[in-house]
Design a protein around this ligand. Structure first.
Ligand SMILES: C[S@@+](CC[C@H](N)C(=O)[O-])C[C@H]1O[C@@H](n2cnc3c(N)ncnc32)[C@H](O)[C@@H]1O
Length: 254
């Protein structure tokens, strides 16, 4: 509790996002990352390796981008910043919440690393907007990456809509539309990397896996994305929650 309070105090957050609970969520993640470091090490290493592989592919292209636009990077747990600085002249870390690690990185690399405070859905300030129109455009001269973010995007907006009394089926539909709008935007980028949580898993004899992004891997494969890696993230290892659970992860590049 004290650790979360201290982490909360050190996080910079977009005011509208803070009111929706993003600062609290970010603080909780910082503390869990610290506590579960050993269990999450492989997941974080695989995420960093996938980002780097995708970035290096982009730098080999004829139209190699000089800039990286990394969404969901405000805590900097899973971004290989030093290696990416060898690939790009400028790196934008894009998030609604920033931990000291990201702010320090921007201070250490003035003009090369920046913390860009942006809600990538465009819905936090005005949840009534149509998710397909609300998204701010991605820069057209950058390698764009979405890092373990897609499943998070609908969570807090959907809880607002549920509290406002919207029917569950409508909330579910809007949540999927947010995710599809994010993938569609990345599809427009010349070079991109997408790291996703595809399924919720439970160790045997627990419940069956739950598909979190039904049909998305197939749609990505059919629209020019290449699979880079897949792995298991022990999100809540035994002892952390009553029912241990993990995530089936996938990394894609195009
Ligand atoms: C689960 S974390 C992803 C893991 C993260 N890359 C790390 O370093 O641990 C999700 C991140 O996305 C950010 N985020 C969630 N919704 C967002 C939105 N609408 N716009 C921008 N960032 C968002 C959160 O603040 C958080 O930092």
């Amino acid at each position: 509790m004290i650790a979360e309070l201290f982490a909360w105090w050190r996080i910079d957050c977009l005011p509208a996002a803070r009111r929706m609970g993003y600062r609290r969520e970010a603080a909780a993640l910082v503390v869990r990352h610290r506590r579960l470091r050993r269990h999450w090490a492989d997941h974080l290493a695989r995420t960093r390796a996938a980002l780097l592989a995708s970035a290096r592919q982009a730098t080999c292209a004829r139209d190699a981008p000089k800039r990286a636009w990394i969404m969901g990077a405000g805590l900097l747990h899973d971004v290989p910043l030093a290696e990416l600085l060898e690939c790009f002249e400028r790196i934008d870390l894009v998030d609604v919440a920033f931990a000291p690690a990201a702010r320090d990185a921007a201070r250490r690399h003035p003009g090369r690393v920046a913390c860009v405070t942006q809600d990538v859905t465009g819905l936090i300030a005005d949840p009534a907007r149509d998710p397909r129109d609300a998204m701010p455009p991605l820069p057209d001269d950058a390698w764009c990456a979405s890092v373990n973010l897609l499943s998070q995007l609908p969570l807090l907006p959907c809880s607002v809509w549920l509290q406002q009394g919207m029917a569950e089926s409508g909330v579910e539909r809007r949540g999927r539309t947010i995710q599809q709008a994010h993938v569609d935007a990345l599809q427009q980028a010349a070079h991109a990397c997408l790291i996703i949580e595809c399924a919720q898993t439970h160790p045997p004899p627990g419940p069956a896996d739950i598909d979190l992004l039904p049909g998305l891997p197939e749609r990505l494969a059919a629209s020019g994305w290449l699979p880079l890696d897949s792995w298991h993230w022990p999100l809540n290892p035994p002892g952390e929650t009553e029912l241990p659970e993990g995530r089936a992860m996938q990394a894609w590049s195009r």
